[in-house]
Design a protein around this ligand. Sequence first.
Ligand SMILES: Cc1ncc(COP(=O)(O)O)c(C=O)c1O
Length: 403
Amino acid sequence: MTTVKTPRPVPDAASLRPETRLIHSGILRSQFGENAETLYLTQSFVYDTAEQSAARFKGEDDGFIYSRFSNPTVAMFEERIRAVEGAEACRATATGMAAVTASMLCFLKAGDHVVAAHALFGSCRYVIEELLPRYGIKTTLIEGTDLKAWENAVRPETKAFFLESPTNPTLEILDIAAISKIAKKAKALLIVDNVFATPMLQSPLALGADIVCYSATKHIDGQGRCLGGAILASEQFVKDHLHTFMRQTGPSMSPFNAWVLLKGIETLQIRVEKAQDNALKVADWLAGKPKLKKVIYPFRKDHPQYELAKKQMRGGSTLLSFEVEGERAGAFRFANALRLIRISNNLGDVKSLIVHPGTTTHQRFTPEARAEMGIGEGLLRLSVGLEHVDDLIEDLSRGLAAV
Ligand SMILES: Cc1ncc(COP(=O)(O)O)c(C=O)c1O
């Protein structure tokens, strides 16, 4: 049997450009020298001796123990995301929501206080508004675009700021650099859910954030297959808080999902580039159409935070939202008339997907809370995929005709 005993080392990620890191970072080649990443579908690992198992549990022997703690395929995924983001450390999670929840529960305790922007993905709002207070962690929701509101919400016991930018589904842009300064002054950690921007279009850590969360389910897979998430932070944060929390509570990513997601990451740059190009063209085409009240896209000049979006993002995202005349009935007629673009609450897929947030992702809120977040009854969110833009425009024409 031919085996490669000493695989040639991959260059250090720091010396590689982001596109190359997406493809080469973190590969752990086995003795067989395989090209594609290996799927280590195993629950546990075996030891040569009882002494070795003891040393490994003590952290004195570098190796794998059990896949709830770590696994070589998951480690490849973590190292690749870490290298692309330029973070010190990464931990993979089962879903994006596991990442968001673990990023806070791993270090917050009763008596602490969290400030968060009120415009959040529905499940993130549940964690902030309902879950954390159940364990004695107080939370304050504010208008995230108002820097004074962040300052005013700070209390002596404030330990974390949480935000997403662009927000889901209204694509508001929050000033990450300015908010991070307020967080630092308050000695609070700034956690950014960077799902809408992706690592390709926005680097929150470089803007001053302390922790970044991803739903890898979205653009990182990008092909609608596996759920996953990631938390990026300093080595110190992982050592002091996240490592033990993940190991003992078990929101870990499965090796199979890590293996699928690793293949997704390889094409992330090229997919996001094309999809955001399509999104801008679609937004420009929709803008000003008589049956639409407004079109929201961060890289259009009519976006309220256009200058800020241009400053902190490298592209306007692969999503856009628009408000249809005729309230909910108008929005439903639009969505039901589409033939190519499918109705789905997922996003970041190669297939374009449309959703009515008011009755799906944000349905559990009161109409007043939705209105506060800017989610009107006529609002539709479109996740733009890789189809030919003219086919998308033809399909959207069907929607418009039906309103
Ligand atoms: C902004 C945002 N954060 C987190 C999540 C949760 O991700 P997952 O579905 O992987 O748990 C989503 C899902 O849509 C999202 O849009």
